[in-house]
Design a protein around this ligand. Structure first.
Ligand code: FAD
Length: 473
Protein backbone atom coordinates (compact mmCIF):
# COMPACT_ATOMS: atom_id res chain seq x y z
CA UNK A 1 0.00 0.00 0.00
CA UNK A 2 1.01 3.60 -0.61
CA UNK A 3 0.80 6.59 1.73
CA UNK A 4 1.41 10.24 0.94
CA UNK A 5 3.73 11.88 3.45
CA UNK A 6 2.95 15.58 3.16
CA UNK A 7 6.07 17.53 4.21
CA UNK A 8 5.51 21.08 5.40
CA UNK A 9 7.57 22.72 8.17
CA UNK A 10 9.08 19.37 9.14
CA UNK A 11 11.81 19.11 6.53
CA UNK A 12 13.66 16.16 8.03
CA UNK A 13 13.59 12.36 8.01
CA UNK A 14 14.78 11.64 11.58
CA UNK A 15 12.24 12.03 14.40
CA UNK A 16 9.50 12.75 11.91
CA UNK A 17 6.29 11.19 13.29
CA UNK A 18 4.30 11.42 10.02
CA UNK A 19 7.06 9.78 8.01
CA UNK A 20 7.56 7.21 10.77
CA UNK A 21 3.84 6.40 10.77
CA UNK A 22 3.95 5.62 7.05
CA UNK A 23 6.91 3.28 7.49
CA UNK A 24 5.51 1.66 10.64
CA UNK A 25 2.22 1.07 8.83
CA UNK A 26 4.05 -0.86 6.10
CA UNK A 27 3.30 1.78 3.45
CA UNK A 28 5.49 2.84 0.57
CA UNK A 29 5.87 6.54 1.42
CA UNK A 30 5.24 9.09 -1.31
CA UNK A 31 7.03 12.20 -0.03
CA UNK A 32 5.36 15.40 -1.21
CA UNK A 33 5.86 19.12 -0.81
CA UNK A 34 3.10 21.50 -1.92
CA UNK A 35 3.87 25.17 -2.45
CA UNK A 36 0.67 27.11 -1.73
CA UNK A 37 1.57 30.42 -0.07
CA UNK A 38 -1.86 31.90 -0.81
CA UNK A 39 -3.29 29.42 1.72
CA UNK A 40 -1.36 31.08 4.56
CA UNK A 41 -3.67 34.10 4.85
CA UNK A 42 -2.08 37.47 5.63
CA UNK A 43 1.20 35.78 6.56
CA UNK A 44 2.43 34.07 3.43
CA UNK A 45 6.11 33.27 4.01
CA UNK A 46 8.56 36.16 3.60
CA UNK A 47 11.40 36.40 1.12
CA UNK A 48 14.32 35.39 3.36
CA UNK A 49 12.49 32.37 4.74
CA UNK A 50 11.50 31.25 1.24
CA UNK A 51 15.15 31.36 0.19
CA UNK A 52 15.98 29.14 3.16
CA UNK A 53 13.14 26.81 2.23
CA UNK A 54 14.56 26.36 -1.25
CA UNK A 55 17.82 25.01 0.16
CA UNK A 56 16.07 22.97 2.82
CA UNK A 57 13.84 21.27 0.24
CA UNK A 58 16.90 20.51 -1.88
CA UNK A 59 18.56 18.90 1.15
CA UNK A 60 15.45 16.86 1.96
CA UNK A 61 15.17 15.64 -1.63
CA UNK A 62 18.85 14.67 -1.64
CA UNK A 63 18.40 12.72 1.61
CA UNK A 64 15.42 10.88 0.10
CA UNK A 65 17.26 10.19 -3.15
CA UNK A 66 20.22 8.71 -1.29
CA UNK A 67 17.70 6.21 0.09
CA UNK A 68 16.12 5.42 -3.26
CA UNK A 69 13.07 7.65 -2.90
CA UNK A 70 12.45 11.27 -3.93
CA UNK A 71 10.48 14.39 -3.07
CA UNK A 72 7.61 15.31 -5.40
CA UNK A 73 7.06 19.05 -5.57
CA UNK A 74 3.81 20.73 -6.59
CA UNK A 75 2.57 24.27 -6.93
CA UNK A 76 -1.22 24.01 -6.76
CA UNK A 77 -3.96 24.07 -4.11
CA UNK A 78 -3.13 21.61 -1.34
CA UNK A 79 -6.40 19.72 -1.08
CA UNK A 80 -6.80 19.10 -4.82
CA UNK A 81 -3.14 18.15 -5.13
CA UNK A 82 -3.40 15.56 -2.36
CA UNK A 83 -6.63 14.15 -3.74
CA UNK A 84 -5.45 13.78 -7.30
CA UNK A 85 -2.07 12.42 -6.26
CA UNK A 86 -3.72 9.87 -3.97
CA UNK A 87 -5.93 8.76 -6.84
CA UNK A 88 -3.06 8.59 -9.34
CA UNK A 89 -0.75 6.63 -6.98
CA UNK A 90 -3.47 4.53 -5.46
CA UNK A 91 -2.54 5.84 -2.01
CA UNK A 92 -4.91 4.99 0.81
CA UNK A 93 -3.45 7.27 3.47
CA UNK A 94 -2.11 10.81 3.92
CA UNK A 95 0.11 11.63 6.88
CA UNK A 96 1.45 15.01 8.01
CA UNK A 97 2.81 16.87 11.01
CA UNK A 98 0.74 19.66 12.46
CA UNK A 99 1.33 23.39 12.11
CA UNK A 100 -0.20 25.97 14.45
CA UNK A 101 -0.60 29.15 12.41
CA UNK A 102 -4.28 30.16 12.52
CA UNK A 103 -4.87 30.08 8.74
CA UNK A 104 -3.07 26.74 8.44
CA UNK A 105 -4.91 25.15 11.37
CA UNK A 106 -8.22 26.02 9.71
CA UNK A 107 -7.12 24.81 6.30
CA UNK A 108 -5.75 21.54 7.65
CA UNK A 109 -8.92 20.79 9.59
CA UNK A 110 -10.88 21.22 6.39
CA UNK A 111 -8.46 19.09 4.39
CA UNK A 112 -8.51 16.29 6.93
CA UNK A 113 -12.30 16.18 6.97
CA UNK A 114 -12.56 16.20 3.17
CA UNK A 115 -9.96 13.48 2.69
CA UNK A 116 -11.74 11.31 5.26
CA UNK A 117 -15.07 11.95 3.58
CA UNK A 118 -13.49 10.58 0.42
CA UNK A 119 -12.45 7.39 2.16
CA UNK A 120 -8.78 8.20 2.72
CA UNK A 121 -7.02 7.60 5.99
CA UNK A 122 -5.86 11.12 6.95
CA UNK A 123 -3.85 11.54 10.13
CA UNK A 124 -1.75 14.33 11.62
CA UNK A 125 0.99 14.21 14.25
CA UNK A 126 2.99 16.44 16.54
CA UNK A 127 6.30 16.98 14.80
CA UNK A 128 7.24 20.40 16.10
CA UNK A 129 6.62 20.87 19.81
CA UNK A 130 7.50 19.47 23.21
CA UNK A 131 3.98 20.26 24.43
CA UNK A 132 1.14 20.99 22.02
CA UNK A 133 -0.89 24.13 22.79
CA UNK A 134 -4.02 22.36 24.01
CA UNK A 135 -2.20 20.04 26.39
CA UNK A 136 -1.80 22.58 29.17
CA UNK A 137 -4.33 24.77 30.95
CA UNK A 138 -4.29 26.95 34.06
CA UNK A 139 -6.11 25.91 37.21
CA UNK A 140 -9.08 27.92 35.96
CA UNK A 141 -9.04 25.87 32.78
CA UNK A 142 -7.90 28.62 30.42
CA UNK A 143 -4.73 29.20 28.43
CA UNK A 144 -1.61 30.59 30.08
CA UNK A 145 -0.67 34.25 29.59
CA UNK A 146 2.39 34.33 31.80
CA UNK A 147 5.55 32.47 30.93
CA UNK A 148 6.87 31.19 34.25
CA UNK A 149 3.78 29.21 35.33
CA UNK A 150 3.45 27.90 31.77
CA UNK A 151 7.03 26.76 31.85
CA UNK A 152 6.70 25.11 35.27
CA UNK A 153 3.64 23.17 34.16
CA UNK A 154 5.17 22.26 30.79
CA UNK A 155 8.42 21.09 32.32
CA UNK A 156 6.61 18.99 34.90
CA UNK A 157 4.56 17.19 32.25
CA UNK A 158 7.43 16.76 29.80
CA UNK A 159 7.91 13.32 28.25
CA UNK A 160 10.47 13.15 25.47
CA UNK A 161 9.49 10.76 22.64
CA UNK A 162 12.11 8.17 21.72
CA UNK A 163 14.45 9.13 18.91
CA UNK A 164 14.05 7.75 15.41
CA UNK A 165 16.66 7.49 12.68
CA UNK A 166 15.52 6.79 9.12
CA UNK A 167 16.42 3.50 7.41
CA UNK A 168 19.28 3.50 4.89
CA UNK A 169 16.93 2.59 2.05
CA UNK A 170 13.30 3.29 1.36
CA UNK A 171 10.69 1.53 -0.72
CA UNK A 172 9.87 3.69 -3.73
CA UNK A 173 7.33 3.94 -6.51
CA UNK A 174 7.22 5.69 -9.86
CA UNK A 175 3.41 5.79 -10.03
CA UNK A 176 1.60 9.06 -10.53
CA UNK A 177 2.81 12.55 -11.42
CA UNK A 178 6.41 13.32 -10.54
CA UNK A 179 5.85 17.01 -9.92
CA UNK A 180 7.97 20.06 -10.69
CA UNK A 181 11.65 20.79 -10.41
CA UNK A 182 12.38 22.77 -7.24
CA UNK A 183 13.51 25.80 -9.29
CA UNK A 184 9.99 26.10 -10.73
CA UNK A 185 8.75 27.33 -7.34
CA UNK A 186 10.85 30.49 -7.69
CA UNK A 187 11.73 30.56 -3.99
CA UNK A 188 15.15 32.12 -4.51
CA UNK A 189 15.31 35.91 -4.85
CA UNK A 190 15.94 37.04 -8.38
CA UNK A 191 18.35 39.78 -7.40
CA UNK A 192 20.54 37.47 -5.36
CA UNK A 193 20.48 39.67 -2.23
CA UNK A 194 20.67 36.50 -0.18
CA UNK A 195 24.18 35.63 -1.40
CA UNK A 196 25.79 36.63 1.91
CA UNK A 197 23.41 34.45 3.93
CA UNK A 198 24.94 31.17 3.00
CA UNK A 199 28.33 32.00 4.49
CA UNK A 200 26.53 31.82 7.82
CA UNK A 201 24.10 28.96 7.37
CA UNK A 202 23.65 25.45 6.11
CA UNK A 203 19.92 24.80 5.66
CA UNK A 204 18.68 21.24 5.99
CA UNK A 205 18.76 18.37 8.43
CA UNK A 206 22.52 17.81 8.29
CA UNK A 207 23.14 21.51 8.87
CA UNK A 208 20.78 21.43 11.87
CA UNK A 209 22.65 18.51 13.41
CA UNK A 210 25.95 20.27 12.86
CA UNK A 211 24.64 23.43 14.50
CA UNK A 212 23.49 21.40 17.51
CA UNK A 213 26.85 19.63 17.74
CA UNK A 214 28.78 22.87 17.47
CA UNK A 215 26.60 24.39 20.19
CA UNK A 216 26.96 21.38 22.51
CA UNK A 217 30.74 21.51 22.17
CA UNK A 218 31.02 25.28 22.20
CA UNK A 219 28.62 28.01 23.26
CA UNK A 220 26.59 25.77 25.61
CA UNK A 221 29.50 25.86 28.05
CA UNK A 222 28.97 29.55 28.76
CA UNK A 223 25.38 29.94 27.55
CA UNK A 224 23.85 31.67 30.59
CA UNK A 225 26.62 34.28 30.52
CA UNK A 226 27.21 34.77 26.80
CA UNK A 227 23.70 34.35 25.39
CA UNK A 228 23.19 38.09 25.81
CA UNK A 229 26.41 39.18 24.11
CA UNK A 230 25.80 39.79 20.41
CA UNK A 231 29.47 40.03 19.43
CA UNK A 232 30.02 36.41 20.43
CA UNK A 233 28.70 33.14 19.12
CA UNK A 234 26.94 32.65 22.44
CA UNK A 235 23.72 30.98 21.31
CA UNK A 236 22.79 27.92 19.26
CA UNK A 237 21.54 29.66 16.09
CA UNK A 238 19.09 26.81 15.74
CA UNK A 239 16.06 29.06 15.20
CA UNK A 240 15.73 28.68 11.40
CA UNK A 241 16.38 24.94 11.70
CA UNK A 242 13.63 24.72 14.31
CA UNK A 243 11.24 26.83 12.28
CA UNK A 244 11.58 24.58 9.24
CA UNK A 245 11.50 21.45 11.37
CA UNK A 246 14.95 20.33 10.27
CA UNK A 247 15.48 19.07 13.80
CA UNK A 248 12.98 18.02 16.46
CA UNK A 249 13.06 19.99 19.71
CA UNK A 250 12.98 16.72 21.63
CA UNK A 251 16.21 15.63 19.94
CA UNK A 252 17.85 18.89 20.99
CA UNK A 253 16.62 18.34 24.54
CA UNK A 254 17.72 14.69 24.57
CA UNK A 255 21.21 15.47 23.24
CA UNK A 256 21.72 18.22 25.80
CA UNK A 257 20.27 16.31 28.74
CA UNK A 258 22.64 13.43 27.96
CA UNK A 259 25.52 15.85 28.62
CA UNK A 260 24.23 16.61 32.08
CA UNK A 261 26.95 17.10 34.73
CA UNK A 262 27.10 19.51 37.66
CA UNK A 263 29.17 22.03 35.71
CA UNK A 264 26.63 22.20 32.89
CA UNK A 265 23.42 22.00 34.89
CA UNK A 266 22.59 25.73 34.74
CA UNK A 267 23.59 26.06 31.11
CA UNK A 268 21.39 23.16 29.98
CA UNK A 269 18.44 24.30 32.10
CA UNK A 270 18.87 27.83 30.82
CA UNK A 271 18.83 26.65 27.24
CA UNK A 272 15.82 24.38 27.66
CA UNK A 273 14.00 27.28 29.30
CA UNK A 274 14.55 29.26 26.06
CA UNK A 275 13.13 26.38 24.06
CA UNK A 276 10.02 26.73 26.18
CA UNK A 277 9.61 30.34 25.09
CA UNK A 278 9.06 28.87 21.66
CA UNK A 279 6.50 26.48 23.13
CA UNK A 280 4.81 29.37 24.96
CA UNK A 281 4.66 31.37 21.74
CA UNK A 282 2.84 28.49 20.02
CA UNK A 283 0.49 28.12 22.98
CA UNK A 284 -0.43 31.82 22.69
CA UNK A 285 -0.79 31.76 18.91
CA UNK A 286 -3.15 28.81 19.06
CA UNK A 287 -5.32 30.22 21.84
CA UNK A 288 -5.22 33.88 20.74
CA UNK A 289 -5.08 33.67 16.94
CA UNK A 290 -6.08 37.35 16.54
CA UNK A 291 -2.78 38.45 18.09
CA UNK A 292 -0.92 38.26 14.78
CA UNK A 293 -2.69 41.55 13.98
CA UNK A 294 -4.15 42.84 17.22
CA UNK A 295 -2.83 43.53 20.69
CA UNK A 296 -3.23 40.69 23.13
CA UNK A 297 -3.85 43.31 25.80
CA UNK A 298 -7.07 45.07 24.70
CA UNK A 299 -6.19 48.18 26.73
CA UNK A 300 -3.89 49.19 23.89
CA UNK A 301 -6.74 49.50 21.40
CA UNK A 302 -6.56 53.32 21.46
CA UNK A 303 -2.84 53.65 22.01
CA UNK A 304 -1.37 56.77 20.38
CA UNK A 305 1.01 55.14 17.89
CA UNK A 306 2.82 57.70 15.76
CA UNK A 307 1.94 58.13 12.07
CA UNK A 308 4.45 56.35 9.89
CA UNK A 309 6.88 58.61 8.08
CA UNK A 310 8.27 56.79 5.07
CA UNK A 311 11.78 58.21 5.46
CA UNK A 312 12.01 57.33 9.14
CA UNK A 313 10.74 53.83 8.47
CA UNK A 314 13.33 53.34 5.75
CA UNK A 315 16.04 54.64 8.10
CA UNK A 316 15.08 52.04 10.69
CA UNK A 317 14.79 49.23 8.17
CA UNK A 318 18.16 49.86 6.61
CA UNK A 319 20.19 50.75 9.66
CA UNK A 320 20.42 54.53 9.28
CA UNK A 321 18.74 55.72 12.49
CA UNK A 322 21.95 57.26 13.83
CA UNK A 323 21.83 54.99 16.91
CA UNK A 324 24.73 52.58 16.37
CA UNK A 325 23.49 49.49 18.22
CA UNK A 326 20.14 49.77 16.41
CA UNK A 327 21.78 50.25 13.02
CA UNK A 328 24.24 47.41 13.64
CA UNK A 329 21.34 45.06 14.38
CA UNK A 330 19.36 46.06 11.31
CA UNK A 331 22.43 45.53 9.14
CA UNK A 332 23.18 42.15 10.69
CA UNK A 333 19.60 41.22 9.80
CA UNK A 334 19.94 42.45 6.23
CA UNK A 335 23.25 40.71 5.62
CA UNK A 336 22.68 37.38 7.37
CA UNK A 337 18.91 36.92 7.63
CA UNK A 338 19.21 36.71 11.43
CA UNK A 339 19.68 39.05 14.38
CA UNK A 340 20.83 38.33 17.89
CA UNK A 341 17.96 38.17 20.41
CA UNK A 342 19.29 40.98 22.62
CA UNK A 343 19.56 43.25 19.59
CA UNK A 344 16.08 42.25 18.36
CA UNK A 345 14.81 43.62 21.66
CA UNK A 346 16.84 46.83 21.32
CA UNK A 347 15.78 47.60 17.72
CA UNK A 348 12.20 46.66 18.63
CA UNK A 349 12.16 48.96 21.63
CA UNK A 350 13.54 51.83 19.57
CA UNK A 351 10.83 51.32 16.93
CA UNK A 352 7.91 50.84 19.31
CA UNK A 353 8.90 53.22 22.08
CA UNK A 354 11.22 55.96 20.79
CA UNK A 355 9.65 56.11 17.33
CA UNK A 356 6.28 54.96 18.72
CA UNK A 357 5.52 52.95 15.59
CA UNK A 358 2.99 50.16 15.82
CA UNK A 359 4.76 46.85 16.52
CA UNK A 360 3.22 45.46 13.31
CA UNK A 361 5.62 47.67 11.33
CA UNK A 362 8.51 45.83 12.92
CA UNK A 363 6.86 42.43 12.76
CA UNK A 364 6.28 42.82 9.00
CA UNK A 365 9.85 43.81 8.25
CA UNK A 366 11.21 40.94 10.34
CA UNK A 367 8.78 38.64 8.60
CA UNK A 368 10.29 39.43 5.23
CA UNK A 369 13.94 39.53 6.24
CA UNK A 370 14.45 36.83 8.91
CA UNK A 371 15.36 33.32 7.81
CA UNK A 372 13.80 32.15 11.09
CA UNK A 373 10.59 34.21 10.59
CA UNK A 374 8.06 32.29 12.63
CA UNK A 375 4.53 33.54 13.20
CA UNK A 376 4.38 32.34 16.82
CA UNK A 377 7.82 33.58 17.92
CA UNK A 378 7.68 36.82 15.94
CA UNK A 379 4.25 37.77 17.26
CA UNK A 380 5.25 37.02 20.83
CA UNK A 381 8.55 38.90 20.47
CA UNK A 382 6.99 42.05 19.03
CA UNK A 383 4.05 42.20 21.41
CA UNK A 384 6.41 41.58 24.30
CA UNK A 385 8.74 44.41 23.37
CA UNK A 386 5.84 46.78 22.62
CA UNK A 387 4.31 45.95 26.00
CA UNK A 388 1.01 44.94 24.40
CA UNK A 389 1.36 41.19 24.79
CA UNK A 390 1.61 38.37 27.28
CA UNK A 391 4.00 38.71 30.17
CA UNK A 392 5.25 41.96 28.64
CA UNK A 393 7.81 44.27 30.14
CA UNK A 394 6.16 47.10 32.13
CA UNK A 395 5.56 50.18 30.02
CA UNK A 396 8.09 52.34 31.86
CA UNK A 397 10.92 50.04 30.88
CA UNK A 398 12.13 51.83 27.76
CA UNK A 399 15.46 50.36 26.67
CA UNK A 400 18.16 52.99 26.48
CA UNK A 401 20.09 51.84 23.42
CA UNK A 402 23.31 53.47 24.60
CA UNK A 403 23.41 51.79 28.00
CA UNK A 404 22.23 48.53 26.40
CA UNK A 405 25.16 48.69 24.00
CA UNK A 406 27.62 49.56 26.78
CA UNK A 407 26.41 46.62 28.80
CA UNK A 408 26.05 43.94 26.13
CA UNK A 409 28.63 45.03 23.55
CA UNK A 410 31.17 46.40 26.05
CA UNK A 411 34.08 46.48 23.59
CA UNK A 412 31.95 47.88 20.77
CA UNK A 413 32.95 44.94 18.60
CA UNK A 414 29.45 44.10 17.40
CA UNK A 415 28.91 47.74 16.39
CA UNK A 416 32.25 47.87 14.61
CA UNK A 417 31.57 44.62 12.74
CA UNK A 418 28.27 45.77 11.25
CA UNK A 419 29.08 49.47 11.04
CA UNK A 420 32.70 49.46 9.92
CA UNK A 421 32.44 53.21 9.30
CA UNK A 422 32.34 53.67 13.09
CA UNK A 423 35.24 51.34 13.87
CA UNK A 424 37.68 54.28 13.94
CA UNK A 425 35.78 56.11 16.70
CA UNK A 426 36.86 55.88 20.36
CA UNK A 427 34.64 53.51 22.34
CA UNK A 428 32.39 56.13 23.97
CA UNK A 429 31.62 57.72 20.58
CA UNK A 430 30.99 54.36 19.03
CA UNK A 431 28.01 53.97 21.38
CA UNK A 432 26.79 57.58 21.01
CA UNK A 433 28.56 59.30 18.10
CA UNK A 434 26.41 62.46 18.30
CA UNK A 435 28.14 63.42 21.56
CA UNK A 436 31.22 64.54 19.60
CA UNK A 437 29.96 65.99 16.32
CA UNK A 438 33.35 67.16 15.07
CA UNK A 439 34.94 63.75 15.62
CA UNK A 440 31.98 62.12 13.86
CA UNK A 441 32.28 64.53 10.92
CA UNK A 442 35.98 63.86 10.65
CA UNK A 443 36.11 60.10 11.10
CA UNK A 444 32.74 58.85 9.88
CA UNK A 445 31.39 61.52 7.54
CA UNK A 446 28.76 59.24 6.00
CA UNK A 447 27.02 58.33 9.27
CA UNK A 448 23.90 60.28 10.42
CA UNK A 449 24.76 63.37 12.52
CA UNK A 450 22.13 62.62 15.15
CA UNK A 451 19.46 59.99 15.91
CA UNK A 452 16.23 60.24 13.90
CA UNK A 453 14.45 60.36 17.27
CA UNK A 454 16.32 61.97 20.13
CA UNK A 455 16.69 59.44 22.94
CA UNK A 456 15.46 61.61 25.81
CA UNK A 457 12.60 63.22 23.87
CA UNK A 458 11.51 59.87 22.41
CA UNK A 459 11.52 58.27 25.83
CA UNK A 460 9.46 61.08 27.37
CA UNK A 461 6.88 60.96 24.58
CA UNK A 462 6.63 57.18 24.86
CA UNK A 463 6.17 57.32 28.63
CA UNK A 464 3.46 59.93 28.25
CA UNK A 465 1.59 57.78 25.73
CA UNK A 466 2.00 54.61 27.75
CA UNK A 467 0.96 56.36 30.96
CA UNK A 468 -2.43 57.07 29.40
CA UNK A 469 -2.93 53.36 28.86
CA UNK A 470 -1.87 52.44 32.36
CA UNK A 471 -4.07 55.19 33.87
CA UNK A 472 -7.00 53.31 32.35
CA UNK A 473 -6.08 50.19 34.27
P1 FAD B 1 19.05 30.32 21.40
O1 FAD B 1 19.34 31.27 22.51
O2 FAD B 1 20.08 29.34 21.07
O3 FAD B 1 17.66 29.63 21.77
C1 FAD B 1 17.29 28.33 21.32
C2 FAD B 1 15.92 28.32 20.70
O4 FAD B 1 14.93 28.70 21.65
C3 FAD B 1 15.77 29.30 19.56
O5 FAD B 1 16.25 28.75 18.36
C4 FAD B 1 14.27 29.54 19.55
O6 FAD B 1 13.60 28.53 18.84
C5 FAD B 1 13.91 29.44 21.00
N1 FAD B 1 13.88 30.80 21.58
C6 FAD B 1 14.88 31.46 22.18
N2 FAD B 1 14.46 32.67 22.60
C7 FAD B 1 13.18 32.78 22.24
C8 FAD B 1 12.19 33.80 22.39
N3 FAD B 1 12.45 34.95 23.02
N4 FAD B 1 10.96 33.58 21.88
C9 FAD B 1 10.67 32.42 21.26
N5 FAD B 1 11.56 31.43 21.09
C10 FAD B 1 12.79 31.59 21.58
N6 FAD B 1 12.46 33.72 16.99
C11 FAD B 1 12.15 32.99 15.91
O7 FAD B 1 12.46 31.81 15.85
N7 FAD B 1 11.45 33.55 14.86
C12 FAD B 1 11.06 34.85 14.86
O8 FAD B 1 10.43 35.31 13.89
C13 FAD B 1 11.42 35.65 15.98
N8 FAD B 1 11.09 36.98 16.03
C14 FAD B 1 11.45 37.72 17.13
C15 FAD B 1 11.10 39.08 17.18
C16 FAD B 1 11.45 39.87 18.28
C17 FAD B 1 11.06 41.34 18.31
C18 FAD B 1 12.15 39.29 19.36
C19 FAD B 1 12.55 40.12 20.55
C20 FAD B 1 12.49 37.94 19.32
C21 FAD B 1 12.14 37.13 18.23
N9 FAD B 1 12.48 35.76 18.18
C22 FAD B 1 12.13 35.03 17.06
C23 FAD B 1 13.08 35.08 19.34
C24 FAD B 1 14.60 35.01 19.40
O9 FAD B 1 15.16 36.26 19.13
C25 FAD B 1 15.19 33.97 18.44
O10 FAD B 1 14.51 32.76 18.55
C26 FAD B 1 16.67 33.74 18.77
O11 FAD B 1 17.39 34.93 18.64
C27 FAD B 1 17.22 32.68 17.85
O12 FAD B 1 18.59 32.51 18.05
P2 FAD B 1 19.17 31.15 18.62
O13 FAD B 1 18.57 29.98 17.92
O14 FAD B 1 20.65 31.27 18.59
O15 FAD B 1 18.65 31.20 20.13
Amino acid sequence: PHAIVWFRNDLRLADNPAFQAALDGGFTPIPVYIHAPEEEGAWAPGAAAEAWRHHSLAALDAALQRRGSRLRIFHSPSLQTLQSLAAACDASAVFWNRRYEPAIEKRDTRIKATLRDHGLHAESFNGALLVEPWRLATKQGGPYRVFTPFWRAARASLRLPSLFDPPASLPATDDGPHGLPLEALGLLPRLGWDAGFWEHWQPGEAGARQALEAFAEGALHGYTRSRDLPDQVGTSRLSPHLHFGEIAPWRIAAVLLALRQPKLEDEIDGYIRQLFWREFAHHLLHHFPHTTEQNLNPRFADFAWARVDERMREAWRHGRTGVPIVDAGMRELWHTGWMHNRVRMIVGSYLCKHMRYHWREGARWFWDTLVDADLANNTLGWQWIAGTGADAAPYFRVFNPVTQAEKFDPDGRYIARWLPELAGLPLAQRFAPWTDPSMLARRAPGYPRRPIVDLAAGRDAALAAYRKVSAGE
